[in-house]
Write a new protein. Structure first.
Length: 228
């Protein structure tokens, strides 16, 4: 799945798997912040509970790092990457609050080894793409459809309604993709997959724009086939 997207990250490659849990994370890295091996992904948290593979950049990671240090909740830093800071924030504040406070562009896949929960999340404006879907009893996800088709291949079917929208608008709004059953995670949304996998795969928003300006949103649900 990582081979078709080498162009997204030509500087490094990594994979992490847990055969017992049936989960695997892959990464093609474009090294921008912390060019050393300490920025290698997928990355484990200091406690070993969380495994993170993410695409993007957290613009306020130095402020978040300073806040953790001031509160005495920072780990012994291994490097200087925003990835490590994200993991430390998740350990200190939890997943959703970290997502709400992270300013930047990102597509995140995060595995909780203790509770066996996979979280997928996309940045507020949707600058970084993230596709997901259930194919042949497996949940697949990636930054490009190429990653999913590398595994799903001929089992995917063109979504004719999505094709009609593309011909009409010259783009496909989230949550549709050109393939039936494969969705784009909407901007500002997160998706939690637990064991056993919930077949509905319903994302929920962690951030939105309201009448009073930007705000976090709690409890907002979006069914995979809802149109924007």
């Amino acid at each position: 799945m990582t081979d078709p997207i080498t162009h997204r990250g030509p500087d490094d490659w990594g994979a992490w798997t847990d055969d017992e849990a049936g989960i695997g994370l892959g990464q093609r890295r474009l090294s921008i912040i912390d060019l050393s091996a300490q920025g290698h992904q997928p990355m484990s948290s200091a406690s070993g509970r969380w495994i993170l593979s993410y695409n993007g950049e957290i613009y306020n990671f130095t402020e978040l790092r300073d806040e953790l240090e001031s509160a005495g909740r920072a780990p012994v830093w291994r490097g200087h990457s925003d990835t490590e800071v994200l993991l430390a924030c998740i350990e200190a504040w939890g997943v959703e609050l970290t997502l709400q406070r992270a300013v930047g562009m990102f597509a995140i896949s995060l595995w909780d080894r203790r509770d066996r929960v996979l979280t997928l999340a996309r940045d507020r404006m949707g600058e970084k793409p993230l596709y997901y879907g259930e194919v042949g009893g497996r949940v697949l996800f990636g930054s490009e459809l190429k990653s999913l088709t590398a595994v799903a291949g001929g089992r995917l079917e063109v979504d004719r309604e999505a094709l009609s929208e593309f011909l009409r608008f010259a783009y496909l709004p989230a949550p549709r993709s050109i393939w039936k059953g494969i969705h784009k995670l909407p901007p500002g949304h997160m998706l939690e997959l637990r064991r056993p996998v919930d077949a509905t795969l319903i994302p929920r928003s962690f951030w939105c724009v309201g009448e009073g300006g930007m705000r976090t949103c709690r409890g907002s649900l979006l069914t995979p086939m809802m149109r924007h």
